[in-house]
Design a protein around this ligand. Structure first.
Ligand code: DQA
Length: 151
């Protein structure tokens, strides 16, 4: 029997639904839909499945992470501004028990000091930042690499 494909869940936090229009000098011109299309194109030959979730609400992200324990094998997460503040998202990520890649469009370490802190940095497998939407495609490669035990 063929092994079941890995189920990868992408989670995007607040204000990521308006990228493309939001501060394009920082976040680029691609919309979240554009980036999701890039990821979907990249996942096809990998024999993996990908689903996407975005919310502007911390509690909805927490609930989705709790559910992910049952319906995903790996995560790619951009918590947006909650990266810098949310212990609840960190706790839910730990509850999920899933390996995760943290991704950011911009490089928070090149920005204001309050963006230099991440509540999830030490509980994810790895982090990708500053590469725009391409980072989301790299994150797919990274989580599959990890799930396949290639690292
Ligand atoms: C972000 C960086 C955060 O500091 C910011 O609040 C965001 C987006 C990024 O992808 O670069 O909303 O996570």
């Amino acid at each position: 029997m063929a092994p079941s494909p890995f189920r990868i869940l992408y989670i995007d936090g607040p204000n990521l639904n308006v990228i493309g229009k939001r501060e394009p000098r920082i976040y680029g011109n691609k919309t979240l839909e554009d980036i999701r299309r890039m990821v979907s194109d990249a996942v096809a030959p990998e024999g993996a499945g990908v689903t996407f979730f975005q919310s502007n609400c911390e509690g909805e992200i927490v609930t989705r992470l709790q559910e992910a324990r049952e319906d995903a094998d790996g995560l790619v997460i951009n918590p947006g501004a909650y990266t810098h503040t949310s212990i609840a998202i960190r706790d839910a990520l730990l509850y999920s028990g899933l390996p995760a890649i943290e991704v950011h469009l911009s490089n928070p370490h090149r920005r204001e000091p309050f963006r230099h802190v991440s509540t999830v940095a030490d509980v994810v497998v790895g982090r990708i930042a500053g590469l725009g939407g391409f980072g989301y495609v790299l994150a797919l490669q990274a989580i599959l690499h990890h799930l396949r035990g290639e690292d």
